[in-house]
Design a protein around this ligand. Structure first.
Ligand SMILES: [Fe+2]
Ligand SMILES: [Fe+2]
Length: 135
């Protein structure tokens, strides 16, 4: 079962960024499926750790693209990424220390906070990036 189904309307108009966003969605779905299937904690932690690591890589790449395009909202956008990285690290730590992972809370965060970032905050640079295709 897919928790998030990718739609063409989610595109920010850049193939590389769209590809990375799709991969993040795929990783959120994989974690959700593994949790629903009751997979071992070690397996869940591995997927979560991969997701947090990939999200970090994506944020850095996205920021470099926005910087090259002279995006005026970059500083604010970077703050959102810092916040998301911190939350991902917090959840990972909780995952690591608690005997019972807070499945519902973690999935709620991944689906809403992380995914909404793509659909709302990332979407705001779409127009600017379209005007700077060679950034
Ligand atoms: Fe993004
Ligand atoms: Fe972003």
């Amino acid at each position: 079962m897919e928790l998030i189904t990718w739609l063409d309307s989610y595109s920010v108009g850049n193939d590389k960024l769209d590809g990375q966003h799709k991969r993040i969605v795929g990783m959120i779905n994989a974690l959700g499926e593994a949790m629903l299937a009751g997979n071992e904690r070690a397996a869940l932690m591995k997927i979560f750790s991969d997701l947090a690591g990939y999200a970090k890589t994506h944020f850095t790449f996205e920021e470099s693209l926005l910087a090259a395009a002279g995006y005026p909202g970059l500083a604010e956008h970077r703050e959102r990424h810092v916040d998301l990285n911190r939350r991902l690290a917090d959840y990972y730590r909780t995952f690591y220390t608690e005997r019972t992972p807070q499945t519902v809370e973690v999935m709620d965060f991944l689906q809403h906070w992380l995914f909404d970032h793509i659909l709302e905050e990332d979407m705001r640079y779409q127009e600017h990036l379209a005007g700077h295709p060679h950034a």
